[in-house]
Write a protein that binds this ligand. Structure first.
Ligand code: SF4
Length: 314
């Protein structure tokens, strides 16, 4: 098999979401991935691919298509691919007892929970379509189950409107009992210079605290993307279209979709993976450059935080 085959596969299982977060870059629609397309993606990128290490489930809110996620995981097991690991990033509001049990029984699945802080902070940007749904309360209700899961990581996003509380929110999440963190600045928003300065200061406080607290695991240390806005991996979209990174999941880059498409799982050929234009030439347009330049400033602060931790924890 060709070495062109990926070590990571991202399945975009749905564009639907029950929240409407203020900093969300994802295009929202009713599209979802039927299992037969997910199975085609597994036949191509998993069954005869010795390099495949991880499958990531993206959305929207991936738990809306938990039936497909479950079938994919079971199908990998049936293919004798029991060593593949999985992760799914969720806002946590749809975690049912059945889903929590499935996660508890499958230690190769990492649950990445989007939690920005205390109730006030979480409600600031994680807006529900239904005003009676309070995302923080729904999560906290499930805390005893969540803390028992084999692999749960909190994804904390700092945004300009709550960055002043970033360190306090980190402490709050620690006090809930979580020990594994991934930190991200909101990328598709406007950061003023003064807010970037606060972000730097808050990251420094968090780093100092983590250096003292040996029990905290920081996922950014082992998984750091080379670019601010996207991960390189084969991405299979809801309709089976194949891409070489997850940039197209953002509405800001929708216009590049056709030029970035490598093929479709329905009629895939291995040479499709050679297709696609060079990203740097695609990004040459002024509008895209502006988005990328804006993301670079908070990303440099994150990189400095990660480098400090790497240096001082080693
Ligand atoms: S939960 Fe995730 S996908 Fe849904 S609106 Fe918020 S950031 Fe976007």
């Amino acid at each position: 098999m060709s070495k062109m085959l990926p070590d990571t596969l991202i399945l975009m299982v749905t564009y639907r979401c029950n929240l409407n977060c203020i900093y969300c870059p994802v295009i929202k629609s009713r599209s979802t991935m039927p299992f037969y397309l997910a199975q085609k993606a597994l036949d191509i990128f998993v069954s005869r691919n010795p390099y495949l290490k991880k499958i990531r489930f993206f959305g929207g809110e991936p738990l809306i298509k938990f039936d497909v996620i479950k079938q994919v995981i079971n199908s990998c097991g049936n293919m004798g691919k029991g060593r593949i690991s999985f992760d799914l990033t969720t806002n946590g509001t749809l975690l049912s007892k059945g889903i929590l049990k499935f996660l508890a029984d499958n230690p190769r699945i990492e649950l990445i929970l989007s939690l920005d802080g205390d109730s006030r902070t979480q409600s600031l940007n994680k807006v529900s379509h239904n005003p009676r749904v309070v995302p923080y309360d729904l999560l906290v209700k499930k805390l005893p189950f969540l803390l028992k899961l084999p692999l749960v990581t909190v994804n904390m996003v700092a945004a300009p409107n709550q960055v002043r509380e970033f360190f306090n929110n980190f402490n709050h999440i620690l006090s809930l009992g979580f020990k594994r963190f991934n930190f991200l600045p909101a990328y598709y928003v406007t950061w003023k210079q003064a807010e970037l300065k606060i972000l730097r200061g808050e990251f420094n406080k968090i780093a100092s605290s983590i250096i003292r607290n040996k029990n905290v695991y920081v996922k950014n240390l082992s998984f750091c993307s080379e670019t601010a806005l996207f991960n390189n991996a084969v991405v299979v979209d809801c309709n089976g279209d194949i891409f070489s990174n997850n940039l197209i999941l953002s509405r800001a880059f929708l216009g590049l979709r056709n030029r970035m498409k490598l093929g479709n799982v329905r009629d895939f050929r291995i040479d499709d993976l050679k297709k696609g234009e060079d990203l740097s030439s695609l990004m040459g347009g002024a509008a895209y450059k502006k988005i990328i330049n804006a993301a670079e400033a908070p990303d440099r602060i994150l990189t400095h935080f990660v480098e400090r931790l790497k240096y001082e924890k080693s």
